[in-house]
Write a protein that binds this ligand. Structure first.
Ligand code: CTP
Length: 417
């Protein structure tokens, strides 16, 4: 296991309170042996179990403990501590530490550093089994996982307190393995810039009403995350959604199609563009300054609409700023493949992911707001059925397809040169 090299990888290890803190010393040793550049923060709780000196002796560097220490702030402030790491690992992550991270508390060096971070965070929870099972802890865990925190453990077994159950921190070798897997993962899109649109657009009619649609942004956000994980530098242009901003990317919030188009154009140049947003096709010719009122015995107002710009078509049209791969979606209620083929030709993008939207036989929505999707890759030379799968799996498959096509484009350019 320790023959894996983490040379050139920078890890910030946060050791919080709990008897498992002593096992973190073994993790420090494994990470150092693998050549990782390691910095450690020991919380006040952690320092009840092990000393900063013990951590420093194994890490070979200063162990940070105090947010208010002037020396730390001048030589290595908390912002630098978090930004210079490729990965933050919290091991052990106590119930208190998880609660603070879930709720954005920043009352010591560890929590402030994590809150100020745009890097992936991995937690190795360790606590008494009843504390682990407590709905408060489980809710905190759900919040953290929804925000993209990675987790290893806890294991089941006998606890230091004599109780038996789930709550033991994962073994240091296991945590080391998870860290190595995360940091050494293949990143075929490293060095590429990607632009993703996601969610619906809202087109105002008056100060209280808008034209919108049912898009949740789940598929677009999952694609942005998969591209980030594949190493791309991602800009996510998102319409109004209920999802949290994914960490590790530039997120631009917009409401209207025009604002989405402007944000996309401002984000060019990019190597890859994926238009997953459900852009409203129309907006009001005039937005009323006052709320449109009902009038007694009068007909409902007629809406006067104009067509919105087609963002996908604009990104795909031939120009020196055209991303080398432009990918769209086709949401259709019927005749999926034929309509997607026609859409591909009309929009000029490289390929489309087509999905059937609308209600199923029992009246439930098929795609919008759901965690799963059934898509077909529709290209000029035919189509492939990608089957029914969770949206994040579809996102990862799309990333592999993008990486393959980027590589092919690159080979073709090399042959022409
Ligand atoms: N799209 C876009 N800008 C628009 C409309 C659509 O960028 N103004 C993009 C979507 O993000 C998606 C693709 O175009 O990638 C197809 O969207 P869809 O709603 O299926 O098609 P429409 O262009 O709206 O065509 P139609 O109404 O005929 O289905």
């Amino acid at each position: 296991m320790t023959s894996l090299s983490l040379e050139g990888k920078s890890i910030l290890l946060v050791i919080s309170g709990g008897i498992a803190a002593y096992k973190a010393l073994d993790l420090v040793r494994l990470l150092k042996k693998a050549g990782a550049e390691l910095r450690c923060i020991l919380t006040a709780g952690g320092a009840q179990f092990i000393t900063p000196l013990a951590v420093s002796a194994l890490s070979g560097t200063e162990t940070y403990t105090d947010l208010w220490s002037l020396k730390d702030e001048t030589e290595m402030g908390h912002i630098r501590l978090s930004r210079e790491a490729d990965l933050i690992v919290v091991a052990p992550a106590s119930a208190n530490m998880m609660a603070k991270m879930a709720h954005g508390l920043a009352d010591d060096l560890a929590t402030t550093t994590i809150l100020a971070s745009d890097k992936p965070v991995m937690i190795a929870p360790a606590m008494n089994p009843i504390m682990w099972q407590n709905p408060a802890t489980q809710d905190n865990l759900a919040i953290l996982e929804q925000r993209g925190f990675l987790r290893i453990g806890p294991d089941r077994g006998e606890m230091a307190c004599g109780e038996h159950g789930e709550g033991r921190m994962a073994e240091p070798a296991e945590i080391f393995g998870a860290i190595a897997a995360t940091l050494l993962r293949e990143q075929p899109l490293r060095g590429r810039k990607a632009l993703v649109t996601s969610g619906p657009t809202y087109e105002p009619l008056d100060p209280v009403r808008f034209i919108g649609n049912r898009s949740s942004g789940k598929q677009g956000h999952a694609i942005a995350c998969a591209l980030r994980d594949a190493g791309a530098e991602v800009t996510l242009v998102s319409g109004p959604v209920a999802l949290p901003d994914p960490p590790g990317m530039n997120v631009i919030h917009v409401e209207t199609a025009i604002a989405m188009l402007n944000a996309c154009q401002d984000s060019l140049p990019a190597d890859i563009a994926v238009c997953a947003a459900a852009v409203s096709d129309w907006s009001a010719t005039a937005i009323m300054k006052q709320k449109i009122k009902k009038r007694q015995n009068a007909m409902p107002p007629a809406l006067s609409l104009k067509e919105n710009p087609d963002i996908l078509a604009m990104l795909a049209r031939p120009s020196p700023r055209r991303p080398s791969l432009v990918i769209g979606f086709a949401a259709e209620t019927d005749d999926l493949i034929a309509k997607a083929q026609e859409k591909l030709a009309r929009k000029g993008c490289d390929f489309l992911l087509a999905n059937q939207v609308g209600p199923t036989e029992n009246g439930d929505e098929k795609v919008f707001g759901q965690d799963e999707n059934h898509v077909y890759l529709v290209a000029r030379d035919g189509h492939q059925d990608w089957g029914h799968a969770p949206k994040d799996m579809i996102a990862r498959k799309l990333c592999r397809e993008i990486a393959k096509r980027m590589e092919e484009n690159h080979d073709q350019q090399r042959q022409r040169a």
